[in-house]
Design a protein around this ligand. Structure first.
Ligand SMILES: O=C(O)c1cc(=O)[nH]c(=O)n1[C@@H]1O[C@H](COP(=O)(O)O)[C@@H](O)[C@H]1O
Length: 283
């Protein structure tokens, strides 16, 4: 049986530093790197990032949208990136943010969480906003494969609050309900003293807002914190946002590292500076 994702993630964070670097080949970044906004540019960009960082950072997070926009040839680049990054020892978090009715969710689960599939990843991002229960096929597929799932709880964009801060009839917020459901999924791993495999996405940009969730952030699983760099947050913001849960935070940076390319040494230096800054506040 494969070691569960949460356990593998904790080991990778300890060994490599707690950092996720996103692979987001924006058209503007391709241009900045002197590459065409075409499949050849996408491939060169992706390969450069994977070659530079997959042996060094804990998690690489390809953003599927930037590959999908090139159709099947873009997906082929994504497949190769997933395989190469995993072979080099990085955990791959597929940023697909899927969410659908349960029966369709089962197909998404087989796309990303079936070890026999060409896009099989260590974990995938999902949206719980069709109801947390609709994610069941993905949660079960992840458990079977030793993979992980990150559900959106409090996203980094300002528009998220209108849904995520909404208060239910029982007085809890929608986001707190998602966090509680993730904690329940992590119970078995937590009982063994392990980091759970079911993570939440909580933006690093939220200032004091997330911290007001306080104990709700204690989901016994990882907290992916995007929003560092281009969206304005810094590692120094993490303790205020996450409080005691900061130890389980995996900060995620895309453009803030990628803008240092195409030089591989500069990409490595940017990622390692960021990992050092995070380590300094998380310990
Ligand atoms: O799930 C995510 O990764 C995510 C959730 C969220 O709340 N906010 C957010 O920015 N993201 C993703 O994180 C990346 C942020 O990129 P940068 O702003 O360039 O660091 C993008 O791929 C977003 O889709």
């Amino acid at each position: 049986m494969t070691t569960p994702f949460g356990t593998r993630l904790r080991a990778a964070m300890d060994a490599r530093g707690p950092l996720c670097v996103g692979i987001d080949p924006h058209a503007s970044l391709l241009a900045d790197w002197g590459l065409g906004d075409d499949v050849a540019g996408l491939e060169r960009f992706t390969r450069t990032v994977v070659d530079a960082l997959a042996e060094r950072v804990a998690v690489l997070k390809p953003q599927s949208a930037f590959f999908e926009r090139f159709g099947s040839r873009g997906i082929a680049v994504l497949e190769r990136a997933v395989a190469d990054a995993r072979a080099a020892g990085a955990l791959v978090l597929m940023d697909a943010k899927r969410g659908d009715i349960g029966s369709t969710m089962a197909a998404y689960a087989s796309a990303y969480l079936d070890p026999a599939g060409p896009l099989f990843s260590d974990a995938v991002t999902v949206s719980p906003y069709l109801g947390f229960g609709s994610l069941r096929p993905a949660l079960d597929a992840a458990r079977a494969a030793g993979a992980g799932v990150f559900a959106l709880a409090l996203t980094s964009n300002p528009e998220g609050a209108e849904v995520q801060h909404a208060v239910r009839p029982d007085g809890t917020t929608v986001a707190a309900t998602v966090l509680a459901a993730l904690k329940a999924e992590n119970a078995a791993e937590a009982a063994e003293g392990r980091l759970g495999s079911y993570g939440a996405v909580v933006g690093a940009t939220l200032g004091g807002t997330a911290h007001r969730l306080g104990a709700d952030l204690a989901i016994d699983g990882p907290l992916l914190a995007p929003g560092i760099g281009a969206q304005g947050a810094t590692p120094a913001d993490l303790p205020a946002v996450f409080g005691a849960a900061v130890r389980n935070v995996v900060p995620s940076v895309s453009r803030g590292v990628l803008r240092h390319g195409p030089d591989a040494a500069s990409l490595v230096a940017a990622a390692s500076r960021m990992a050092d800054e995070v380590r300094a506040v998380a310990e």
